[in-house]
Design a binder for this molecule. Structure first.
Ligand SMILES: Nc1ncnc2c1ncn2[C@@H]1O[C@H](COP(=O)(O)OP(=O)(O)OP(=O)(O)O)[C@@H](O)[C@H]1O
Ligand SMILES: [Mg+2]
Length: 360
């Protein structure tokens, strides 16, 4: 999705930074064409932001977010100025509509706009509208399915402004779940038979929320979010061991944790996380026509918490793996492989955004 920005008209291979602005951090990924063909990871960076700067997808403190992005850019040392950003799904209205095939671009724009006014509560001039033709319907192919995406201009402009504050130009404004979908697709393309016909559950376990997206043939067929994330661990570290939230965050990542943490805090957390995931899968089965899930991927910063992956596999009895979006990519010399292993699952959305440079 382009939100009125020239994403579809952009020439292929425009250098692009994938920038994921989430409640806990700003994550930036730059991909390029690898020397021997395929995709290469040039650089990436994750910079923490303080709680309160981004709330429910709204940028409350632009200067805090811009400062984090500036730190990320300077660590990456990239000269690329084009940016791909994303809107949270909660700030976006997406509808599939059906229109006649073979209209001109202007006619589609007109039709999309008049359809959109049926779904949108606020004045159409406050809205960024975009659409993508998904494909022909029926044997006659006289109709097409069109994905209509609308978002408040204000919220799009907030993100564009962050990029500009950092000397970047927003070339693409995507939707987080669509970007994540690209990264998931990149991973599942590497599976036998491109995982065709497989029902794949991706749990994105972040700081405050765990989001389930279920995929079938590279399309999202089910989504659900619940309040469970690494924030619980951080708060326990603060409450039980007298750390500041910043110290707690650092210790979570370095693994240098107080005695007793494993049994008092981590074990119950892992148990709760795995139980949540298993319950959400049950909910997926009871509320849809699907009767199986073929594999589970865990993504998000909290997916790497020790023991969680094993606990999920044990409880669900399903093949479970971390989502590693850079698997098979060529790594630039500057990328630290060991660190990337820990960071990769959190970079799903940023990676999907960076993949936009390789075509819509
Ligand atoms: N190496 C690590 N070990 C344990 N926890 C980690 C590690 N790296 C990051 N985290 C935790 O992951 C969380 C951040 O994950 P992520 O960046 O996916 O969340 P977010 O997208 O900002 O938030 P949300 O998805 O909840 O809106 C934080 O709670 C952080 O402490
Ligand atoms: Mg997240």
């Amino acid at each position: 999705m382009a939100f009125g920005l020239p994403s579809f008209s952009r020439p292929a291979s425009t250098p692009l930074l994938g920038i994921d602005i989430s409640p806990s951090s700003v994550k930036v990924v730059e991909l390029d064409d690898a020397a021997g063909g395929g995709v290469g990871l040039r650089t990436y960076a994750i910079e923490q932001i303080d709680k309160g700067a981004v709330v429910d997808g709204n940028i409350e403190q632009p200067e805090v977010v811009a400062a984090a992005l500036t730190r990320a850019l300077s660590r990456m040392g990239s000269r690329t100025r084009g940016a791909a950003l994303a809107m949270p799904a909660s700030a976006v209205i997406a509808k599939r509509i059906r229109l006649p095939a073979g209209l001109t671009e202007e006619d589609y724009e007109f039709q999309v706009e008049s359809e959109a006014s049926n779904y949108i509560q606020f004045p159409i001039e406050d809205v960024n509208l975009d659409f993508q033709i998904l494909g022909a319907v029926g044997a006659e192919a006289d109709e097409v399915d069109v994905l209509l995406v609308a978002s408040r201009k204000e919220q799009v402009e907030d993100r564009v402004a962050i990029a500009e504050m950092c000397g970047l130009q927003a070339v693409v404004v995507d939707v987080e779940s669509y970007a994540a979908c690209l990264a998931v697709q990149y991973v599942t393309d590497g599976l036998p038979n491109h995982a065709q016909g497989e029902v794949i559950a991706v749990f994105d376990i972040g700081s405050q929320a765990t989001a389930l997206s279920v995929y079938l043939d590279a399309e999202i067929v089910f989504e659900r979010e619940q309040a469970f994330g690494g924030q619980i661990l951080t708060q326990d570290l603060v409450r039980l061991y007298g750390l500041t939230p910043e110290e707690a965050e650092l210790k979570k990542k370095s693994g240098d944790l107080p005695a007793g943490f494993q049994s008092e805090v981590l074990a119950p957390f892992v148990d709760q996380g795995a139980a949540n995931i298993s319950r959400t899968l049950q909910f997926f089965f009871t509320s849809t026509e699907y009767t199986k899930v073929d594999r589970i991927y865990l993504a998000g910063g909290t997916s790497v918490v020790p023991g969680l992956l094993e606990a999920v596999a044990e409880r669900t009895q399903l093949p479970t793996a971390l989502l590693l979006p850079f698997e098979g990519m060529q790594l630039d010399a500057g990328v630290r492989e060991r660190q990337l292993e820990v960071d990769a699952p959190a970079l799903m959305t940023a990676c999907g955004l960076a993949l936009r440079r390789f075509g819509p």
